[in-house]
Design a protein around this ligand. Structure first.
Ligand code: ZN
Length: 417
């Protein structure tokens, strides 16, 4: 039986051949030949041809460009039919809102990015999401009926059955609000709801730095800090959906108070909000010379401003970023010792500055992790940048869209039961 969110990154037992073929095609953007599919899935060419013909007839798969010459002739390559439909990926952050409109092959057609305040509560925030979704669709001359599904990411622990978040530390006014059902009713369209860091892991796995890596950690350093865990090709959510909340690991038991009420959490020392607070303190401290004090609005200072100053060589800003990186390294090292990933991808606003932020993380991790776990480990910046979470939301939306489009085949329904 398929999971409610449809196609997961890696096929486990119980998926039909048709779903296995579709998953391979959609996550191989360079295209796959029938021979590749037969080889990878251990199926006969006849079985592949029969299923592919069905998917082409449904308008979900197309035969497109020709591949390399094999055995004297060029093989045709298969891809998802882009015109089969559209989906939207929504990244609800603490302080930003991003929307991506893609076709069925996950090509981004348009996007919107705006400032946002998640602490205004569910109803105000979701009406803003609705407004921006309509703007995006009208720019593309599309209507809601053209949208097959919407994927949504939120910066809190998502309980899948409820389609909402429970006691999210940085989302006051959202506790137990039925986010998924509210949006599905508003748009009359299926909606998938997931945690933002989880979607970041999925987005980077599908289209970014993590392609082909079945054991990866995605660390999102935004206003808060969270982790998405992809273990053995599956997103790991835990018993109640709150796996990966590394922002609330204690890294200094004499540290500052966190939004969750505990003391010295990683997020309170290395999250975007914490980085901005450190910088404001430094500006107030007359002994420290920093270009940050030239900022027009000290109250409005963000971690991205600190990152920009650090890149320009400001020593105070660099020290703040280095310290945040070291704290992150402590938490990541602990996670590495437990999960043993092949890759750690650091994303979110601050991570866009690259090595200046990654180096202190890498050295802190090397100091604290078991050699066996870090020997071949890569710690890298997110390739999709600010789109990681949005593209993960697109992955989830496309899973629903492809599932619904192929369900019109009765044979498939039988197979997937
Ligand atoms: Zn906390």
């Amino acid at each position: 039986m398929l999971s409610p969110n449809g196609f997961l990154p890696k096929m486990k037992g119980g998926f039909s051949n048709k779903h296995a073929i579709l998953s391979l095609i959609r996550f191989t953007p360079e295209g796959m030949s029938r021979a590749d599919l037969a080889r990878q899935l251990g199926l006969s060419r006849a079985a592949i041809t029969s299923i592919i013909n069905g998917l082409i007839e449904l308008g979900v798969v197309r035969e497109s460009a020709v591949g390399p010459v094999t055995g004297g002739r060029r093989s045709k390559l298969l891809g998802i039919e882009p015109k089969g439909g559209y989906v939207v990926g929504v990244d609800i952050g603490a302080t930003h809102l991003g929307l991506l409109l893609t076709d069925l092959s996950a090509q981004v057609l348009d996007e919107s990015e705006s400032k946002f305040d998640v602490s205004l509560g569910a109803e105000i925030c979701l009406s803003k999401v609705d407004e921006l979704l309509h703007q995006l669709l009208s720019r593309a001359n599309l209507d809601l009926e053209d949208i097959c599904a919407v994927g949504v990411g939120v910066p809190g622990p998502v309980v899948e059955q409820a389609g909402g978040v429970i006691a999210p530390p940085i989302m006051p006014g959202w506790d137990h609000f039925p986010i998924r059902d509210h949006l599905a009713a508003l748009w009359n369209c299926p909606v998938a709801l997931n945690n933002d860091a989880e979607l970041g892991a999925l987005g980077e796995w599908a289209y970014g730095a993590g392609r082909g890596e079945d054991h990866l950690l995605y660390i999102k350093v935004g206003y808060g800090v969270g982790a998405g865990l992809l273990i053995d090709g599956q997103v790991y959510r835990g018993a109640t959906g709150s796996a990966g909340e590394i922002g609330h690991i204690t890294v200094d038991d004499r540290g500052p108070i966190c939004t969750c009420g505990n003391i010295g959490c990683l997020e309170a020392l290395a999250g975007g909000r914490a980085i901005a607070e450190r910088a404001k303190q430094a500006i107030r401290d007359a002994n420290q010379r920093t270009q940050l004090s030239l900022t027009n609005s000290v109250d409005g200072l963000t971690a991205v401003d600190v990152a920009a100053a650090a890149e320009k060589g400001d020593l105070v800003a660099q020290a703040i970023i280095t310290e945040a990186g070291e704290y992150l390294g402590i938490a990541i090292a602990n996670l590495i010792n437990i999960v043993n990933p092949g890759m750690v991808i650091v994303g979110g606003g601050v991570a866009r500055m690259g090595d200046l932020f990654l180096e202190p993380i890498r050295s802190s991790v090397r100091k604290r992790s078991l050699e066996a776990a870090v020997e071949n480990l890569r710690i890298t910046a997110a390739m999709l940048g600010r789109r990681s979470t949005g593209m993960g939301a697109v992955v989830q939306a496309l899973s629903i869209a492809l599932q619904n489009l192929t369900e019109s085949s009765s044979e498939l329904i039988k197979e997937s039961l």
